[in-house]
Each structure stands twice: as C-alpha cells, then as structure tokens.
Write a protein that binds this ligand. Sequence first.
Ligand code: FAD
Ligand code: MLT
Ligand code: ZN
Length: 452
Amino acid sequence: VSTDALAGELARVVGAAHVLQDPDLRAPYETDWTRRFHGTARLVVRPADARQVVEVVRRCAAHAAAIVPQGGNTGLVGGGVPRQGEVVLSLARLDDMGPVEGGQVTVGAGATLGAVQRHAADAGWEFGVDLAARDSATIGGMVATNAGGTQVIRHGTMRAQVLGVEAVLADGGVMRRLGGLVKDNTGYDLAGLLCGSEGTLGIVTRARLRLVPRLPHRVTVLLGAPDVAAAQRLLGAVRAAGVPLDAVEWFRSEGVRLVREHAGLGPPPCGEHPDYVLLEASDRTDPTEQLAEVLSGLPEAAHAAVAVDPPDRRALWAYRERHTEAINAVGVPHKLDVTLPAPVFAGAVTALPSVVSGVDPAAVTVLFGHLGDGNVHVNVLGPAADDERVDEAVLRHVAAAGGSISAEHGIGTAKARWLSLSRSEAEIAAMRAIKAALDPAGMLNPGVLLAP
Ligand code: FAD
Ligand code: MLT
Ligand code: ZN
C-alpha cells in the first residue's frame, strides 16, 4: 500500500493503473536509450489527455514535486529521465491524431513520428521530418528537442513544421494555439519558444503540424569518397546544381564495420571506402538523370550504388540508419552532436579522433552525421559513463572552431555545464529570465538545459 499522498491524489486523476510506483514498472522510464543516464523516479504518471495533465501538474505543484516530461524516451542527452526522485510524466497515452486537412494535421504529443508519417501518407501527404527512432520518438519530444533528422536540408527542423501547440504550463495554465494560421504576427512566437525548450517551459500536449506534398519520384545514391574533404566537395556540387535534395548523409569505414557486425550486412554495394556519402532526391519528375549528370563530373561517381525501388533504397539507408543501434551494441557511448561551419568543416572533423585520443588513447571514435547541415555525431566508446573529459575536449574543440555544441539532440543534462561554450552571457541570462517567468518554482525538468 502506497504511503505517498501524491500518488494517491494522482491515482484519483488518472486511475491507479497509470501511477507506477513499483521499481520494476518504473525501470523503463528511469534509464535513457543509451543507458548512460539514469536516476530514480518518485513515481511515473501516465495521464490520458490534456485535462488530466493540468490536474497532474497542479497536484505536483501543491506537493512541490518536480516533473520530468517524457515521450518515447529516445532522447540522447539525459533530459527525459529522472535524476533525483522527480515525477516522470509520460505523454505516451496522448496519441490521438486529427484529420489531415489542407496539408495540416493536429496530433497528440504522444503520437509517434511513425504513426504521424503513416497517417499523413494515407491522406496523400508526407511529414517533413524523419529519423531512425521513428517508431518510438513522439511528436511532443520532437517539439521539445526541436528534432532535426535526415531531411533538414529540404524541410528544416521540427520548428519549421510546427504551426502551433497546446501546452500545459507550470502553474497549470493551458496555452493553446492550434488554428493552423500560417501568418499570425500577434506578438511573441510562444510555440516557437517551446521548440527546443526540452521540457523546461511547458508540457506539450498537442501540436498543429504542417505537412509537405508527397513527391512520386525518389532516388537514393550511396557513394564512396576518399576523405571528409571530398565528401564535402560532393555536397557542394549537388547543392549548387539545384538537385532537389532530401538528404545528404555521411559516415565512415569504422561505423560501417560496426553496422555490418551488428546487422549482419554485406559490404556496401558501392565498394569499401574510407568515407561514404548517401544522397537522396525527390521530385515530381524522376531526378535520377539530373543527379547522374552532376555526379558524372566527379571522381566519386565511379563508386556509386543507385536505388529507386523502396526495398533497394532501404538497403542503402541501413548502412547509415543502423549506426546508432550498432554503436549501442558495443558499449555505452558518449554521444556528442555538433555542427561545424562549412569553411573549417573538413579540417575540424578530421582532427576529432586525435582530440579524443589526446585525452583517452584507448577510446574509440565513430563519426557520422548529416553532412548537408554540417552536423557531425561524435560517438566515443571506452570512457566510463561519468568520465566527462572526452566530452569537454570535443566540445571545446568545436566551440573554438566556431561550431555549436548541440546541433539537434539538445543540451539536456549531458551538456548543461558547457552551455556557455555556445551561448553568450546575455543569451543565458535571457533564457534564465524566461524560465523564471514561466516556471518560477523550477518545477519543470530542473537541471536540464540551464545548469543549477
Ligand atoms: P524523450 O526522449 O522522451 O524526451 C526528450 C526531451 O523532451 C526531454 O527533455 C523531455 O523532458 C522532453 N519532452 C518529451 N516529451 C515532451 C512533451 N510532450 N512536452 C515537453 N517536453 C517533452 N534526434 C534528432 O534530432 N535527429 C535524429 O536524426 C535522431 N535520430 C535518432 C535515432 C535513434 C536510433 C535514436 C534512439 C534517437 C535519435 N534522435 C534523433 C534523438 C531522439 O529521437 C529525438 O531527440 C526525439 O525528438 C526525442 O523524442 P522522444 O519522444 O523520445 O523524447
Ligand atoms: C542520427 O542521426 O542517426 C541520430 O541523431 C542518432 C545518433 O546521433 O546516434
Ligand atoms: Zn542525427
């Protein structure tokens, strides 16, 4: 029998079956996807709708119980799991999806990306964001992290798809703007503010999303390249030629080795190379010829595998998309997700493995990422989960090169202490002022984004 008065109150709001206190039931909510970040929750509460979220927030506030909002728990920066006995508020049950109308749809925060993609496709549209965790990551989590993924080069990040949100604030107030107005200059962009707020300003309960037209012709090409600089030149060439690109991804031989071992894949059909670039383009007419023409002037064209049919395209994507799980299968990674400016990109990226080995000679570095956005995922295997020396060295290297310490995963708890490497004192002061105005008691996701 629970002796936690808060648990009893919450059970009256959401039903006893949706207040989890048993350690075994809490466990999946207490450790992140990488297994690097974990803590203990006071309890996990799973409301069914926004009205219940309001009640949960009000009761937690009355008990001075801090809240960690959680969607699919695929976040990679330790922002969605408890640290010191917070209440985990799971949005997973808010997975309703409204009708697709005029290229827009309103969906619950707990709807998975995959469900939204299928819902849009059934109505002849597409959703402009895609990432490998599609069957677990939720729209609420993607708004909260301003998720990027593989199609940013074409459609922008999550923020660009969000026309409005419904969110519960720390005082239980509800901010709702779901009318889908494309133009709406009536003051501060509050929905935009919630994008990338990482659960620190409000709990997203629904979002109004923009969809994109479904284009009938799509081609995927995997190319081998001798080094990062060549990969970057290739990007420049296809971009300058106006190829209707959806994705320009990059990975290297060390990642391919891990993916092949983990997924049992054969060698890449473009042959084995130090670096690889995966291009995808789509249009109303077949873009294959245009792409072939641009590539024909480049030495990398000699090592190209082209796919048009969905199963063949998926087979090429597997070498890129399965990096995350393949790395996780080897150990608990330190995941650093950075952007570097184009002029210094090749040099700064090439130096990354030696930055890591300069701190920990035994560490293994696996690099891959969204080349089209200058976004590199630096994965380091070897250092203990709480040994942050490598993280610090990489982030300082990136900041010194004029890059950002987080491209798309966010700051979470993992990088909060280094926020000042990417943000000025004045910017951090403004962020703290916004946080204090909307959540004066520090109820929502304490320790995330803004270090205590
Ligand atoms: P969670 O992990 O549950 O939470 C993430 C953060 O959002 C936490 O701070 C949490 O408190 C907050 N939050 C969650 N829901 C809400 C809500 N409703 N209201 C307010 N705050 C909330 N990310 C990319 O950007 N690009 C990628 O390409 C990409 N690929 C991935 C591939 C794999 C295999 C995996 C495991 C992860 C990948 N990610 C990627 C990271 C992750 O999927 C995204 O960050 C995603 O947006 C998290 O969604 P989630 O529902 O799992 O959120
Ligand atoms: C990706 O691009 O695959 C993701 O951001 C996940 C990762 O960094 O591992
Ligand atoms: Zn990514």
